[in-house]
Design a protein around this ligand. Sequence first.
Ligand code: URA
Length: 236
Amino acid sequence: MERIDKILSGAGLLSRKEAKEAAKKGRLTVNGVNVKSTDAKISETDILMLDGIEVNRQKLFYIMMNKPAGYICSTDDPSAATVMSLISESDLRRGMFPVGRLDKYTVGLLLISNDGVLAHELLAPKKHVTKRYFFRLEAPYDNRYTDLIEKGITLDGGVTAKPAFVSMISDTEGYISVTEGMFHLVKRIFEAAHNRVIYLKRTEFGPLKLDDNLAEGEYRFLTEEEILALKFVHMN
Ligand code: URA
């Protein structure tokens, strides 16, 4: 059993105050009957409607993982260890999948969720969600590539990457921000700059920052603030 206002706010539809107002205006029904009080509790099988539209009560879950190397971002691949296998039975929910991919050897921030709508929005090319990575290169970075990378460097196969931003912290280490989801993008950018990435870790995904307390292979559920920040990206 769950309170009506909690269901509505949990679904991201109305705040508790707004739910109260909506009830007063006759916008809410439970099993076809208008509800007056939004602190009444209803069961899983009751049908809650807002303005005649059923409220989707499937619970949405969001996990931040610090992906370790050697795991692939897939829900089921019998030939390889997947990131999903790192989630305990009790935390795993039906329909969960990695939102965006990190390649097998890349570590760091990975979002895992059962929220298909949000995933679709976050991954949509038009949203330009920024992904930030820490990288280590095989050879010292040649600054002469910076302009090219910032304009959009041409990758193998002739595709041009969108502008990306590099900030070095030593000869061989730095951060790069990209907005595309192209496979092996960062590694391909540095290959085009005649170098090679030997370590890659995602530290940011849109508004999310990798929690320093998570060791590789560990995960935690997102906080309310983090979920709201992601939804804000989704709305804009
Ligand atoms: N770029 C890469 O090369 N690998 C990733 O996993 C993500 C971006």
